[in-house]
Design a protein around this ligand. Structure first.
Ligand SMILES: Nc1ncnc2c1ncn2[C@@H]1O[C@H](COP(=O)(O)OP(=O)(O)OP(=O)(O)O)[C@@H](O)[C@H]1O
Ligand SMILES: NC(=O)c1ccc[n+]([C@@H]2O[C@H](COP(=O)(O)O)[C@@H](O)[C@H]2O)c1
Ligand SMILES: [Zn+2]
Length: 287
């Protein structure tokens, strides 16, 4: 029997440039975890940082190799947030929905593997033949079944990312719908954004507002990667704004300069290239 007090397990996935990762990116995870635990209904079991690939073509985006390394250094002392480089290793830019699907699928496969490990070897062949790809709770002899649902993968973002859903040609309406319908979104407030009004003004977001978790950041902190890169270009200190190991890595490799800021200058951002001709994405959230 399913325990009604059992908490829903959640994995938080943050997608972005992380150019470079800042203390604020790490704070996003802590804020979201506190929020979910305070509801009493969820248990956050893992946080994943997925730096975007170079094919995103954002102006000033330095190589994924460096961005992933910095994110790994920044999270090496965390016992629950990790970096996944699958997205950044793809040769083409990937829609965020595909990244969410990938991580959900990965958890599903891990869960099935774990379940099968509990099934006696003699039964494995038969079980596989009868129920291909079925995800079933494992029933041990003389025990109640171990009901284990696969964790939900929720997209963790700042309010600027949520509001970017309204930028023409940037997101496909069907992607936004699947993100809020099947996965869910956790959005941390960010200075200058009025995300509640934004949700109110979109029928799709309003319909799924129960799956959009808004987290107020009371101890405000407006660090951004853009400001970090700007300070570095000007030879100013970034100490206490990014983890010290990240600062040391940037200095050692002389990562940000006026030249690096010019990378991809004049190049069209991948989502615009991909969606410009798609009428479904032109006005993603027009009502
Ligand atoms: N200060 C912040 N408050 C809330 N969310 C934030 C903050 N900084 C970053 N985020 C969120 O972190 C995710 C990754 O963001 P991203 O890599 O673009 O960092 P950024 O600081 O916004 O960088 P850039 O200035 O280059 O756009 C996004 O969802 C973004 O909204
Ligand atoms: N249609 C989409 O799925 C879509 C569009 C724009 C940006 N994104 C993602 O949002 C993130 C935005 O990062 P930046 O704020 O650094 O540009 C990136 O991970 C990018 O891949 C996804
Ligand atoms: Zn950003």
């Amino acid at each position: 029997m399913e325990d009604p007090d059992r908490k829903t397990e959640v994995v938080l996935l943050a997608c972005g440039s992380f150019n470079p990762i800042t203390n604020m990116h790490l704070r996003l995870f802590e804020l979201a975890k506190d929020y979910f635990h305070e509801t009493g209904k969820y248990k956050v079991i893992k946080g994943i940082i997925s730096p975007v690939g170079d094919a995103y073509k954002k102006k000033g985006l330095i190589s994924a190799n460096h961005r992933v390394t910095m994110a790994k250094l920044a999270t090496k002392n965390s016992d629950w947030v990790e970096v996944d480089d699958w997205e950044s290793c793809q040769s083409e830019w990937l829609e965020t929905l595909k990244v969410l699907r990938y991580h959900h699928q990965k958890l599903l496969s891990a869960d099935v593997t774990n379940s099968l490990q509990h099934v006696p070897i003699t039964k494995l062949g038969r079980k596989r033949k009868q129920e291909p790809n079925r995800h079933e709770p494992v029933k041990k002899k003389n025990q109640s079944p171990v009901v284990k649902s696969v964790p939900q993968v929720k997209l963790l973002c700042g309010s600027d990312m949520l509001e970017s859903f309204g930028v023409p040609n940037l997101w496909k309406l069907e992607d936004i719908t699947e993100i809020v319908e099947k996965h869910g979104l956790v959005c941390i407030s960010r200075a200058g954004n009025n995300v509640q009004k934004f949700i109110y003004e979109s029928d799709i977001l309003w319909r799924h507002k129960n799956n959009i978790h808004l987290v107020e950041e009371w101890i405000t902190n407006d660090i951004s990667s853009t400001k970090i890169r700007r300070a570095l270009r000007r030879g100013q200190s970034i100490r206490y704004l990014v983890p010290d190991v990240v600062r040391a890595y940037i200095e050692k490799n002389r990562l940000y300069s006026p030249e690096s800021e010019d990378r991809n200058a004049g190049v069209v951002l991948a989502p615009f290239q991909k969606h410009a001709s798609d009428p479904k994405s032109s006005q993603a959230l027009s009502n």
